[in-house]
Design a binder for this molecule. Structure first.
Ligand code: FMN
Length: 177
């Protein structure tokens, strides 16, 4: 049977440094993983060679270049870690990077999307963010935020929060896709 295709969208928050954890969990469940990263995630957090090694595919950071293979159609999408910035842009329909354009399009096509935020209590308490989460949920996106899902940490405790970041929940949420 052909492997199911998972797009793993990586944005610029601490857990991006440990994206190997998510990739390995997904590979173990039989997903073929294609990573798409925001420019800030690449600048601050990702080792592109290491990710390519783990997935067997180059990390997509922009539109298909000449000679670069096209991405196969996605069966499901996980956005993890999902920043405050990307969640707000996605909810507003902004498409100013490859990541946000892909998310806009995939949502319009009805591809299942799971968003696993990584935000502190300050960002999570912001009214714009709360509106964005509501809007995404209304448009069929599964946002794993709240009790028993991702629970925001106090500012400046992100390093500790990374240890319990619930990668597994994102995978469970797409496993029926
Ligand atoms: C070291 C570092 C840690 C950051 N941690 C977070 C974070 O935990 N959550 C968050 O939403 N943004 C965090 N940011 C801010 C985002 O990276 C910033 O808003 C960026 O514009 C997000 O771009 P992106 O959503 O396109 O990846 C962090 C930035 C840096 C440099």
């Amino acid at each position: 049977m052909a492997e199911r295709v998972l797009y793993l969208v990586i944005t610029a928050a601490g857990p991006a440094e440990r994206i190997d954890v998510m990739i390995e969990l997904a590979r173990a469940e039989g997903w073929s993983v294609y990573c798409i990263a925001s420019p800030s995630a690449v600048e601050h957090f990702l080792d592109l060679d290491a990710v390519r090694e783990l997935t067997g595919h180059s990390v997509r950071t922009g539109y298909q270049g000449q000679g670069q293979p096209a991405l196969p159609n996605a069966d499901a999408v996980i956005v993890a870690p999902a920043t405050y910035n990307t969640i707000n842009k996605f909810a507003l329909g902004i498409a100013d990077t490859y990541v946000t354009t892909q998310l806009a399009e995939l949502n319009g096509l009805g591809v299942p999307i799971v968003v696993l935020p990584f935000v502190n209590t300050g960002l999570a308490g912001n009214r714009s963010f709360q509106r964005s989460v509501e809007e995404l949920r209304r448009s069929g996106v599964r946002v794993l935020l709240g009790e028993g899902e991702f629970e925001p940490h106090p500012p400046r405790t992100g390093d500790r929060a990374m240890a319990t970041y619930p990668w597994k929940l994102a995978l469970e949420a797409v496993s029926g896709s």
